[in-house]
Design a protein around this ligand. Structure first.
Ligand code: HPA
Length: 278
């Protein structure tokens, strides 16, 4: 962790200077095909990642690569249009750096979204899945190495990672709006290949409902710094049962995620609207 605290402070003072000390209450990370939520934000500042000191730069085609600060549902938010993935070659520390920055900008709640493969016959393409727990199968860990106690504890406890009240609230909003939505367990893998049928079946058997290549590193780092988190997936392809698996391209994933995006926005909007800061 050597130096990371200093890097965060440098990035924070640069952003604060650029944004006239804009202090967001919520952070939002938008996943593959899901960055149109930014169209609903009254944007005060949009900053290219490439301009932000110490920020990594996104390489995935569906990601815009901008930090957006503005108003959403009358609340101050900071949103990442485009996130960083381990499979792109970043270290876990690099790809979770923006979460640290959002924390120090002032957020107390982080929303995370992603596109993911389904691991259950109940979860169909286009369905939303609110993450209620995760299984981390990624090969590296963002907290490996010396711990900086200014950021968090050496051994974070993940028992109450996903806030039960917010999960319930999300399911209620979905029901009221006729949105197909489940609560489920997210399995995090490195990628970049999608899984073999045998791997999908294995992940179903170990208790997974959806599988994807992101989110868990960011969630772990958020919990390390005591942030509240809310995470949700759009199921973009079915990995289980075997008969439901189809050849899936990146464009397929983006297309399904884009068309499900308004449903996700409805849920995030509903949660933010009623959320009382501690
Ligand atoms: N597996 C892993 N990651 C994914 C998938 C999948 O089937 N779909 C979208 N992201």
């Amino acid at each position: 962790m050597k130096g990371i605290y200093k890097d965060i402070q440098e990035t924070i003072s640069w952003i604060k200077h650029k944004t006239n000390h804009f202090t967001p209450e919520f952070g939002i990370i938008l996943g593959t095909g899901l960055s149109n939520l930014t169209d609903q934000i009254e944007i005060s500042y949009a900053i290219d990642y490439a301009d932000i000191p110490h920020f990594p730069v996104s390489t995935v085609k569906s990601h815009k690569g901008q930090l957006i600060l503005g108003m959403f549902e009358g609340r101050k938010v900071v949103a990442m249009a485009g996130r960083f993935h381990y499979y792109e070659g970043y270290s876990m520390k690099q790809l979770t750096f923006p979460v640290r920055v959002m924390k120090f900008l002032g957020i107390s709640l982080l929303f995370v979204s992603n596109a993911a493969g389904g691991l259950s016959q109940h979860i169909q393409t286009g369905d939303l899945v609110i993450i209620r727990d995760h299984i981390n199968l990624m090969p590296e860990h963002p907290l490996r190495g010396q711990n900086d106690s200014k950021l968090g504890t050496r051994f974070p406890d993940l028992l109450h990672t996903y806030d039960k009240e917010m999960i319930q609230k999300a399911l209620d909003i979905a029901r009221k709006n006729n949105i197909r939505c489940h609560a489920g367990v997210y399995v995090a893998v490195q990628g970049p290949n999608l899984e073999t049928p045998a791997e999908y079946r294995y992940m179903n058997r170990i208790g997974g409902d959806i599988v994807g290549m992101s989110t868990v590193p960011e969630i772990i780092v958020a919990k390390h710094m005591d942030l509240k988190v809310f995470a949700m997936s759009v199921c973009t392809d079915m990995g289980y049962p075997f008969e439901a698996i189809k050849v899936t391209t990146e464009d397929d994933v983006i297309e399904v995620a884009r068309s499900a995006e308004p449903k996700m926005t409805t849920i995030v909007r509903g949660i933010i609207k009623d959320y009382k800061l501690l």
